[in-house]
Structure formats: structure tokens, C-alpha cells
Design a protein around this ligand. Structure first.
Ligand code: HH2
Length: 307
């Protein structure tokens, strides 16, 4: 027997993230503050680094970075992700004091304007200071493997993005290996969610970590498994913005010219149930998602009325 396909999750699916403290736009409930949204939202990216792979050195100082983040928020970003250490393949780590010097003024500036800021860091001390400066979400590409990171999030009442990475940025693209990439990434993420929730982290967003210790075939398998990875009752973040898998697919193209490929990957992820798209080009994503939602809504209405 041929089974009917499941109903499309787009655009009706609701997503929510729980906070242990008030956050702009979140509703108070008996177990914390819930931020709810429908369909795929956008997380803007502001890298305050000299060496990020696509926007390194773009902002002359904190004021320019704050302005860029404000523009992203005005264009519809639900969060603005501020990072002070590049995680591009081959990147070396940055000392804690330098990372703090880069991100804190930007986080203070943005959160002072009511922007929901997430901090992209793997260092518990940076996360702690960022949260004290107004960040309300911790984006940890090491998937909260450090108990101190889970403690920081739990104590401060901030949720976290738990991302999968095989290896370390310095060497992760040398020889990534999986027997079953989707199964292994999914099992890793669910294990980390359990640890996080047990340690009092109020909410978790899952992220398969596109490009982090993955070859093209791994990235494609994970993107194709978006509906499965989004099916665990937790919001799923997809971050393919400007990444090199796009040129692996279509031939050499510099990072700043990868918006068309990014949109193709992100719109498909949105259709398959992704809750959040981490993107450098927020206004362009907002336009594309708005058009996709309208067309999908019209299709649905036509199906319902037999049109
Ligand atoms: N990708 C990058 C950085 N942080 N965080 C999450 N959760 N998911 C991602 O896919 C992700 C991430 C890499 O992109 P970018 O920040 O633009 O570059 P760099 O690491 O070179 O600063």
C-alpha cells in the first residue's frame, strides 16, 4: 500500500523556545517565558572578527557592528548572532580577553535597543559575560559539551543552540568520516539535549552543523533529513549561509556571491520544517520567506477548495 505523504509542515508549524527570564516578545507562562513563532525565522549574523570566512573585518568598529545588527533586526531577524571568534575551517582560537573585547560592546549596544541577541561562543566565561551584557541565547558550536557552559545557561535562564561538529575548526575538514551521518548527528544532538535539560538549561534549539566536519555528501544528507531532525519537538536551526557546499555544488564562487545558493538551501529547509535559518543576508531572506509563505498559503487554500 502506498502511504499518503505527511501534510506539509510549511507554513503552519509553530515553534517555541523557553527562557528562564523575560525576553522581548516572549509570553510569561507557569514554566518560564516562551517565545513563539510560525514557520522559519531568521537569525542574523554579525561577526566581530578580522577573519570570518564571509564577513571578517567588515565592521570598522563596534558602532558599525551595532548598526548592522540593528538593520538585521529591523529587516525581521528574530535573533542577531554576535560572534568574536571565527570557526571557519582552519581557524585558530582567540584568547578570552580579546573575544570579550570584540563582542561585549556590540551585545550591549544591540540589547540596549531591544534586539534579541545570541552569542556565538564556545567559552563559558564569554557566554556568562555576554548574558550579563544582555544576550538571551547562547550559540555553542561545541554543542554544550562543557558542563560549565550548561551551568552558565542554566543559572542565567537562557536557552542554547546545540550544534554538531566532528573534530575542531582547525582540522575538521581534513577527513570527516561517518557510517550513518544522519543517525550519528541525530543521536549526538538528542544526547546533548538530555544533558542540557538535566542541568537546567531552559530550552534548546538543535543544529546539524552544516560544514562542520562534513563533506558535501554529509551536508546534503543532513539537509535532506531536515524533516526528520525537526521532528523531535525542538526547533531546528539550519546554517548554510554562504558556505562552501554551495561552490561544491555549482563551481567556484566567492562567499559574498553565494546568496542564490544560500536561499535555495534555506528555503528548502524552511519547507521541510526548519524553525530558524542563520543568515548573513537578513532582508533578502525575509523577502524570500514572505513570498514562499504566500505562495504556499495559496496552494493550501486551492487544495482545500479543490481548486
Ligand atoms: N556557522 C558558523 C558559525 N556559527 N553556529 C551555528 N549554530 N550554526 C552554524 O551553522 C554556524 C554557527 C560559520 O559561519 P560564520 O559565522 O559566518 O563564519 P565564521 O565562523 O568564519 O565567523
Amino acid at each position: 500500500m502506498v502511504e499518503a505523504p505527511p501534510p506539509s509542515p510549511w507554513p503552519a508549524r509553530r515553534h517555541g523556545l523557553r527562557f528562564g527570564r523575560p525576553v522581548p516578545g516572549a509570553q510569561r507562562s507557569k514554566d518560564g517565558w516562551w517565545l513563539a513563532w510560525r514557520g522559519a525565522a531568521v537569525m542574523g549574523v554579525v561577526n566581530v572578527t578580522p577573519d570570518s570566512f564571509s564577513d571578517g573585518g567588515r565592521w570598522a568598529g563596534p558602532e558599525e557592528a551595532v548598526e548592522a545588527g540593528l538593520r538585521q533586526a529591523q529587516a525581521g531577524a528574530l535573533f542577531v548572532d554576535v560572534g568574536g571568534e571565527s570557526s571557519r575551517p582552519g581557524a585558530e582560537g582567540v584568547p578570552e580577553a580579546e573575544e570579550l573585547r570584540r563582542v561585549l560592546p556590540v551585545i550591549e549596544g544591540l540589547s540596549g535597543h531591544g534586539v534579541r541577541v545570541s552569542v556565538d561562543t564556545v567559552k563559558p566565561a564569554v557566554a556568562e559575560a555576554a548574558v550579563a551584557a544582555g544576550a538571551c541565547l547562547v550559540n555553542d558550536i561545541r554543542g554544550l559539551n562543557d558542563p560549565a557552559m550548561r551551568r552558565v545557561c542554566g543559572d542565567a535562564g537562557v536557552p542554547a543552540v546545540v550544534m554538531h561538529m566532528q573534530g575542531e575548526p582547525r582540522s575538521m575538514q581534513r577527513a570527516p568520516r561517518y557510517r550513518d551521518v544522519v543517525g550519528e548527528v541525530e543521536a549526538f544532538l538528542l544526547e546533548r539535549v538530555e544533558l542540557a535539560l538535566a542541568d537546567g538549561v531552559p530550552g534548546v534549539m538543535l543544529d546539524p552543523g552544516i560544514g562542520f566536519g562534513k563533506r558535501l555528501e554529509h551536508n546534503l544528507a543532513l539537509l535532506a533529513a531536515t524533516a526528520r531532525l525537526a521532528g523531535h519537538g525542538l526547533p531546528l536551526l539550519v546554517g548554510a549561509s554562504r558556505k562552501s557546499l554551495i561552490q561544491d555544488l555549482v563551481g567556484k564562487v566567492p562567499p559574498q556571491a553565494r546568496l542564490p545558493g544560500t536561499l535555495a538551501l534555506h528555503l528548502r529547509a524552511a519547507q521541510l520544517g526548519a524553525a530558524m535559518l542563520r543568515a548573513h543576508d537578513v532582508a533578502e531572506h525575509a523577502q524570500a520567506l514572505g513570498v514562499l509563505a504566500a505562495v504556499s498559503g495559496a496552494e493550501r487554500r486551492a487544495e482545500e477548495t479543490g481548486g
